[in-house]
Design a protein around this ligand. Sequence first.
Ligand code: FAD
Length: 591
Amino acid sequence: MSDYRPPLRDIRFVLTHIADLEGLAELPDFAHADPEVAFAALDEAGRFFSEVVAPTNRAGDTAGSVRNADGTVTTPPGFREAYRQYVDAGWGAIKGPLEHGGHQFPGVVGLAVMEMLTAANMAFSLCPMLTASTISALEKHGSGEQQQTYLPRLLTGDWTGTMLLTEPQAGSDLGTLRCRAEPNDDGTWAISGQKIFITYGEHDLAENIIHMVLARAPGAPAGTKGISMFIVPKHLVNDDGSVGERNSIECVSLEHKLGIHASPTAVMALEEATGYLVGDVHQGMRYMFTMMNDARLHVGLEGLGISERAYQQALGFAIERRQGHAVGAGKDEPSLIVEHPDIRRMLMTMKANIEAMRAVMYANAAAIDRADHDPSAERRAAAAARAALLTPVSKGWGTDLGVELTSIALQVHGGMGYVEETGAAQHYRDARIAPIYEGTNGIQAIDLVMRKVPMDGGAAVGTFLDEMDRLAAELAAEGESPPVMRDALKTGVDTLRAATDHLLRCEQVNDKLAAATPYLKMFGIVAGGYYLARLALAARRTGVDDEWHRAKAATAAFYASQIMPQATGLLGAATADAEALFAVGPEHLGG
Ligand SMILES: Cc1cc2nc3c(=O)[nH]c(=O)nc-3n(C[C@H](O)[C@H](O)[C@H](O)COP(=O)(O)OP(=O)(O)OC[C@H]3O[C@@H](n4cnc5c(N)ncnc54)[C@H](O)[C@@H]3O)c2cc1C
């Protein structure tokens, strides 16, 4: 069974009780975006992605995208048709600004759309995802003319966007990039150099591709302070908005890779390609940073989307496959494997983590919405701090979980998971890229401990810890919640506070860097437990006592008893100094 069933009820529940969609709809910018209209749009998106996009997932993996001798790239069978329908239905414009033809729903509604698209076909979803990043860059930093020229066609999806950052010597450290930009007499720039690993750098889905390129202008200071951002369209755009002359930017090869075979990963050569400066010269890195909350959250979402898809498939297998005899079952025929405790543990681990991820990520997106649209400067600042704090967690914890949970889904299938026939292996292979791109998870952890936790002397993280403490107290006062939930939340928050205090006091940079990854994981586990506890409380307070609502509370209780305690296990590593990591020198690491 490989069909994708959009988890619309879960999505609605989180939009209502965590993202506070009703509250967002009261902001002036979203006054037209009534929650009921948003839910109806999500129902339709879910139907479209499961019926039209999900069936292209397998063919995408087996056929992959192919570069032709003339440098063009052909996407797998079914992609062009599905993309055309995606454009015609207008899904790319869901959160775009009204003035450029978008529907201007809150970004968290856009995130819900992207969750379902990613689950339907992750490799396909990368093209709209990068287009959304391009839109966000131009919306925030493009000139009025640039916005007029590019945004309307990007919003419809008639044109797509890319990000050209990486070069062979410049990966995590973009300060070493060499791509050059020379000013032309007419105000444009001539961009030359080579970029690698460019997602959808070339393809046949749209009539134009708008590349956002980082390059160095003459006299640029060394490092990240000397980087500028340019728009380099595949085809130049004529004054009347039509697609014109071919620009000198070419795909010279495609990478062969572990997963997301349908997503073309291109090496791009630029030879005096015509480029248009975005904003001011040497400010490119600053512009990239303002986009990052959005882009990193969307990559985090890949961990969620693909885990949900893999989970559905594993569950489908577990309720069909028979092996062994479950305790208490008759001996006439073997039991369904779903009756074995170990399979239940795997399924519950997936389910609980998926629900936790969804809650953290939607809270993250709602904070971005408030940071960008709340009329109160104070609330905007508080929301921006929350978004900044949660973003590396959504990306790092979410994508590591994506790998872990797709691996568990494969395990549920036994040997049938390891062979390609069931498709379980594809999810695992596809999920593996997400911890690497858009800033590796190691870089996310460094961002969390070096920049986000120390923000304003630790004020943002302190506010979040206090908020979680208040919920633990509320659960205790309620008396009805299972003791494990309030005790686990209290212990989890105390543990995270201890690690946070340690990091805020720590003066040795290398010790903080050494603690970064276990700290990020601990943060994700505790934040996930906090939001799940809120959902469990909301489930009870709705007054509806059905199986679905009871399952929400039971899932949160499972997380509290079996997953939350892992946070305590990480305390040692999150507070240790770097000494143990360097005790064995490089010459002895090999044995
Ligand atoms: C399929 C795919 C698609 C991609 N799409 C795009 C795209 O569309 N556009 C684009 O510009 N790029 C893209 N990339 C590039 C991607 O963003 C980079 O691969 C990523 O940023 C890591 O850079 P790197 O590969 O050079 O690894 P490196 O930077 O060499 O890192 C190697 C290891 O060292 C660690 N490391 C590096 N520096 C530090 C440090 N200071 N402290 C601690 N650890 C460190 C890393 O975490 C990693 O584990 C893509 C890559 C792939 C594989």
